[in-house]
Design a protein around this ligand. Sequence first.
Ligand SMILES: [Zn+2]
Length: 493
Amino acid sequence: MNHDLIDGVPVLWADAPGPLEATLIFACGARDETLRTLGVTHLIEHLAMSTLPRLHHDHNASVDLSLTQFTCSGRPEQVADFLTRVCTALGDLPLGRVDQEAGVLAAEDGRVADPQTAELLSHRYGAQGPGLAAYRGPGPDRIPLEAVRETVTRYFHRTNATLVLTGPPPAGLRLPLPAGTRPDRTATQPVLHHGPSWRQEQVPGPGLALHGDLEDFALALATKVLAERLRETVRHQHGLSYEVDGGVVFTGPGQGERTICLDAREGQEQKVAELLWAETLRLAREGMTEQELAEEVAAAREAWEDPRSIPYELGEAAADALLGESYLDAPTRLAAMAAVTPEQARQALAAALGTALVVVPCEVELDLRQLDGTPLPQQHCPGGVTELPSGGQVFRPPLTERLRYSAARKTKLVVTDTGLHFQEPDGTVHHVAYSEVAAVEMNGPGRVVFGRNTCLVPAIADLFADLGPAVRAIDAAVPAELRYPASAFRPVD
Ligand SMILES: [Zn+2]
């Protein structure tokens, strides 16, 4: 791996076969946004790309949880021209195009994670940081221009960027990015829910997340073996799933999530969820064979020896440097994996089960046991409140509704000096303290209040009568900058 510095931007390169590939990486992703500004990085990426003329070589850009990447491949002079244009655009964004690009974003599926992973992240971290993966945000037409300016100034500069190349830098390459201050990456991402628990969500199949140090190679191998066993049982033996996905999500200094997500044949969601948990427990209890571990190490070696892995390795090294993590090269990782014994991998998995989060489709009802035989608790609501407060102003559905429907008789909104409580027809109580409000959507005359704890309070006219005092209380208690009119791109629901 070769290191250069061009116009103050670190450049990492190594020779690889094929045309020159370039990726200009910025350490800025959805994780750096807030619920109120969600989508602002994607909007910046689109604004920058909108300045490019028609290009005939491959080029693209993307935003995920942690990174924004501008990629292209082609002849060296084409690559140089693309990179210079992107840098120039980021230093002088065409803010006049915000409305058009917001429309383009509304048409694009801009999710940063698959549905199961997104829900698992929001359970773990709440409506902030990586947990934002599960949210749609205010909509691209409701992102404040001030947030665009602030985000581009804070993250899109030469001190928060790295260029990776699959060959030497093109002659005369310029990277005219503005100067800036390196963002502080030392703060630990707060965890909302440590687990273990299971929860119903609108997901196509079950998913499992384990929290831990991403450089724990024993746990890494155990989850790889688990995914392989699930492929064997759920897919090949029972024919219930097509895809078994093992994922890794970096969520902050020294921590992350290892996930396993499965799809399920229609009507088989329950069975797939039960098999996922049963195989996980079996592996944590009985362990794995030397042969199973050796297979995973061999697979990793095969991948690393393939020259097509060079851009990936360069990208990993660049991302680790930008995010303040230590990069371990492939031989080091391979040696660490090869040193793991089956018993170490089993113990790592058994310990990680204390952090297990399971998400299943809404219709699935589980009765699961943990390793020690105690039930795996179901999490209904993270608000930590099970009853309505005794004081406060109570709002209810219109009398005509209450007379006709028992659900309407149980639905309540209680407004106190410190926050909101919302009781669903099934008795579940959600609570959002005013100090914990992440965003407020103005929904006609009503308000939908999003809590950082992932609770949502729909103070809307479709549900409650005579809401005026509730809306006035919310508007008085929550900072105005957290409030926005519902997106014009979405039907009011
Ligand atoms: Zn709740």
